[in-house]
Design a protein around this ligand. Structure first.
Ligand SMILES: Nc1nc2c(ncn2[C@@H]2O[C@H](COP(=O)(O)OP(=O)(O)OP(=O)(O)O)[C@@H](O)[C@H]2O)c(=O)[nH]1
Ligand SMILES: [Mg+2]
Length: 243
C-alpha cells in the first residue's frame, strides 16, 4: 500500500478543514469566519488501495510573502513537495479563488482543483463548466460539497489519479510580459544551477525578480546547503540586474 501526501491549499473559509475532517475523522476547528486554521494539521485517510496523509494548510489568498500563513503554505508546497496539492475553491467566488489555483499550478502540476460549496453556488444559480475549467487549467477539476458530502468519491478518484501518476498534468503557466519573461529566462538557469532541478526554478526566479526576500530566507533555511551563501550572491546578482 503506497503512502501519499495530499496538502489542502485554498483561500480562507473555503471548507478545507471541513473536507479534512470528513476524510480523516479528525476535528480541526471549522467555522464561518476566515483564518481559523493557524497551524498545519495532519491526519490520515484511506481510499481504495492507498493511504494518504492529509495536510490542512492555513487559508491564503496567495503564495507570496504577505503573512506567516502564506509563507507556511508556500514553503510546504515547495519544500515538502506533496504528492498532490488539493486546491479548495469557493464555488461562489471562483474568480477571486482561481488566483491561488494559478499560483499553485506555477509551482506544481501535481494538483487537483476542488470546487467546494457547490450547494451554495447552485442556490445562487451559478453554473460551472468543470470540463472547460479543467481543460484550461490542465489538471482535474471536481465540484463538491464538503458539508453535504457530495462529490467526495469523484474527488478522491482524481486525487488517486494524480498521486499515482496515472494522470499527466499539463498545468497552465502564465506568460508574463516580455521584460519579465526575459528576466525569468536569464534567472531560471542560475536558480537551477544553484539549488538543483528538484525545485520549481521558474517560479522561484519569478518571485526573486519580484524581490521576495522571505523566499530567499526560506530557501536558505530549508535546503541547509552550505553553498547557499554563495547562491544568494548569484541569485542576488540576477535580481539586481532586473531592479
Ligand atoms: N454550504 C456549505 N458550507 C460549507 C461547505 N463546506 C464548508 N462549509 C462551511 O464553510 C465554513 C468554513 O469552513 P472551514 O472548513 O472552516 O474553512 P477553511 O477553508 O478551513 O477556513 P480557514 O481555516 O480559515 O482557511 C464553515 O462554516 C463550514 O461549515 C459546503 O460544502 N457547503
Ligand atoms: Mg481551516
Amino acid at each position: 500500500m503506497s503512502h501519499f501526501t495530499v496538502a489542502f491549499a485554498g483561500n480562507p473559509n473555503t471548507g478545507k478543514s471541513t473536507l479534512f475532517n470528513l476524510l480523516t475523522g479528525m476535528r480541526q476547528h471549522t467555522g464561518n469566519w476566515a483564518g481559523k486554521t493557524v497551524i498545519t494539521a495532519e491526519g490520515e485517510f484511506k481510499y481504495k488501495d492507498h493511504t494518504y496523509l492529509a495536510v490542512d494548510l492555513p487559508g491564503t489568498y496567495s503564495l507570496y510573502s504577505n503573512s506567516a500563513d502564506e509563507e507556511a503554505a508556500r514553503d510546504y508546497i515547495i519544500f515538502e513537495q506533496p504528492d498532490v496539492t488539493l486546491v479548495v475553491l469557493d464555488a461562489t467566488s471562483l474568480e477571486r479563488n482561481l488566483n491561488l489555483a494559478l499560483q499553485v499550478l506555477e509551482i506544481t502540476g501535481r494538483a487537483v482543483v476542488c470546487i467546494n460549496l457547490i450547494d451554495e453556488a447552485r442556490k445562487l444559480g451559478i453554473d460551472i463548466n468543470l470540463k472547460r475549467i479543467s481543460k484550461r487549467l490542465g489538471v482535474p477539476v471536481v465540484a463538491i460539497s464538503a458539508r453535504n458530502k457530495i462529490g467526495i468519491e469523484a474527488l478522491l478518484d482524481q486525487v488517486e489519479q494524480v498521486a499515482t501518476g496515472a494522470f499527466t498534468a499539463q498545468p497552465l503557466r502564465i506568460t508574463y510580459n516580455e521584460e519579465i519573461e526575459r528576466g525569468i529566462a536569464e534567472l531560471t538557469p542560475l536558480v537551477e544551477q544553484t539549488i538543483g532541478s528538484k525545485y520549481p526554478a521558474r517560479w522561484i526566479a519569478l518571485r526573486l525578480l519580484d524581490g521576495d526576500d522571505s523566499l530567499l530566507t526560506s530557501l536558505k533555511e530549508n535546503m541547509k546547503n552550505k553553498e547557499l551563501p554563495e547562491a544568494k550572491e548569484v541569485i542576488g546578482h540576477g535580481v539586481t540586474a532586473y531592479h
